[in-house]
Design a protein around this ligand. Structure first.
Ligand code: MCF
Ligand code: FE
Length: 401
């Protein structure tokens, strides 16, 4: 049993309690939170913070070799560069490349991440990851001629990940997007997710190109599809797409161009949204309207996306970017929501038993120090986001990593 004492214990519980000079007692799970608990406590020092470890809901570590290969600034140009460089990037990301990516996440206090895997190449590097992994087997494919082969390949990858399932490695599924997957494939995969109770992720309404393609079959995507697939018709309407995920645990990634009806539908089926502000900025697609997301009472997480559309996997940097980009929201209240986004909300999306300091939760915790004391408790989340890049300690299932 370990007992930590910190100046600020940020619980992330339902009442957003921040306790001063409190103690947390844990082994693999959190046992007790309070004052004068039994046993010898380790005091974390002046201005110390103890809070739940962060959760990065959406990454693409397969692309971690990318530094300058992919072209930023326009979505379709970026997509073309992905198609061009994908194999090369995958081949050059081996053990050290995955290790570095995980190391960066670990230093920024991440205990768990959602990985989108399109190839299965990442499995052998991630199955023994020191961080918890929710492994989303991705399906892509619209061309009826290859749909069966794509499905078979998906099933093989899914089976392998299912055989590796344990307390720190959880299989899941991802339908790449409404423009890149055949509806028949969508139905098959959603059915599997329902049967096996797997979380789902899907990229949705990321770019203006996706909007005009799905609404009218027009825009830059028309040229893109004619060039690559010779078929130039969208296969599903956005609302129909969302509707398919009813009665699942689904997170829609991006949603920058989701309209009111779609947000309403997302809310109605109790799906979630993952906000990736740096990725959206680099692909020059604008920003998610978080105020609307809040008005529709949709829970959101914040994630880095992959190094395919980011320069870093540091989640403190990502929520700081969100804080600075989301200028319509008051920084003090936005900061509170952003900490929720990378802890409690993220845990729900990934079906994890962590993300808050409450009895019975997994002891996935981080410790770090603020530069000075903070008198107003209400401003602590903002100060944390402004002043934290790396953590001092990361505990996963009660063990120091
Ligand atoms: O989230 C970003 C941008 N939107 C869509 N896809 C990806 C992102 N980062 C990597 N991807 C992957 C995606 O999973 O790129 C491929 C897919 O495997 C694009 S489709 C050739
Ligand atoms: Fe992504």
């Amino acid at each position: 049993m370990i007992k930590l004492k910190a100046d600020y214990v940020v619980t992330m519980n339902k009442n957003y309690e921040i306790l001063l000079n409190a103690e947390v007692l844990f082994d693999k799970k959190i046992k007790e939170i309070g004052y004068n608990l039994p046993g010898k406590s380790i005091y974390l020092g002046k201005n110390s913070v103890l809070m739940p470890a962060l959760i990065n809901t959406h990454t693409h570590l397969e692309f971690s070799a990318n530094k300058t290969s992919l072209i930023y600034g326009d979505f379709i140009t970026w997509l073309e560069s992905v198609i061009d460089k994908r194999e090369e990037l995958f081949l050059s990301c081996k053990g050290d490349c995955y290790k570095k990516a995980i190391e960066e996440m670990k230093k920024s206090g991440i205990c768990a991440f959602g990985e989108i895997s399109s190839s299965g190449n990442d499995l052998k590097y991630l199955k023994h990851s020191p961080l918890k992994v929710v492994y989303f087997n991705e399906i892509i494919g619209t061309n009826p001629a290859v749909v069966d082969a794509m499905y078979q390949d998906f099933l093989n990858r899914l089976d392998e990940s299912l055989s590796l399932e344990n307390e720190n490695f959880k299989p899941a599924v991802s339908i790449h997007s409404p423009y890149s997957v055949h509806p028949i494939l969508m139905d098959k995969i959603i059915q599997i997710a329902k049967e096996k109770k797997l979380p789902i992720q899907a990229h949705f309404m990321e770019s203006p190109a996706e909007r005009s393609w799905l609404d009218k079959g027009e825009g830059p995507f028309k040229l893109f599809f004619e060039k690559h697939f010779k078929n130039a018709k969208p296969l599903i309407k956005p609302l129909e797409f969302i509707e398919k995920f009813k009665n699942t645990n689904t997170t829609f990634i991006h949603c920058v161009y989701a309209n009111e009806k779609e947000l309403e539908k997302i809310s109605e089926i109790d799906a979630k949204i993952a906000h990736c502000p740096v990725s959206n900025r680099l692909l020059n697609v604008g920003k998610l309207d978080l105020e609307k997301v809040k008005n529709y009472k949709i829970d959101y997480s914040v994630a880095t996306d992959g190094l395919s559309s980011n320069y870093s996997l540091n989640l403190f940097k990502e929520i700081r970017a969100a804080l600075l980009i989301q200028t319509d929201l008051h920084p003090k209240y936005l900061a509170k929501d952003l900490l929720k986004a990378v802890t409690v909300n993220a845990a729900k999306e990934l079906n994890l038993n962590n993300g808050s300091i409450e009895i019975g939760k997994d002891a996935d915790l981080i410790t770090f120090k603020l530069p000075e004391s903070v008198n107003n408790l209400d401003i602590i989340p903002l100060q944390i986001i402004l002043h934290t890049n790396e953590v001092n300690e990361l505990y996963i299932n009660g063990g120091k990593i």
